[in-house]
Design a protein around this ligand. Structure first.
Ligand code: SF4
Length: 142
């Protein structure tokens, strides 16, 4: 059973809110094709920390292991994210349109350090892996 302290989840959600606000000037149009979540087709991968993976599991959507094995995000449902409110840093920052990509990458690096600091404060083991392997089974919403 994978658990992280409730306080750590609360800090992560507050951090996501701050990220979303700071990201506003660098957002690009998204046509919701689901292509960016099909890693096998796009030659990139979403990496998540342990706390991020646990937050994704809290959405209550059962991750699809067959999809993960095929190189797609286990939370992709058709062309839509099945856990949008709980999605990870990388999901929030990535756009097919690469305009402002450097600014978004800088935000990613800064916020990833913050996530790791939250994890360290709460004694959560440092782990950073591809979501196709690091996802955890759905947990009941707290
Ligand atoms: S969590 Fe959602 S947005 Fe992120 S890669 Fe998976 S389906 Fe895409």
């Amino acid at each position: 059973m994978h658990t992280c302290p409730e306080a750590a989840h609360q800090e992560l959600r507050a951090l996501y809110e701050r990220l979303d606000a700071e990201l506003a000037p660098f957002r690009r149009r998204c046509d919701a094709t689901g292509r960016c979540c099909n890693f096998a087709a796009t030659d990139h991968m979403l990496f998540v920390t342990k706390l991020e993976a646990a937050e994704m599991a809290r959405a209550g959507a059962e991750p699809d292991a067959a999809q993960a094995a095929a190189g797609r995000c286990p939370y992709l449902r058709g062309t839509q994210c099945g856990i949008r409110e709980h999605r990870a840093l990388g999901c929030r920052i990535y756009y097919c349109d690469r305009t402002h990509e450097e600014d978004r990458n800088a935000l990613y690096e800064r916020f990833l350090k913050e996530v790791r600091a939250v994890e360290a404060r709460h004694g959560i083991e440092a782990n950073y892996g591809p979501v196709t392997k690091a996802y955890v089974p759905a947990e009941p919403h707290a």
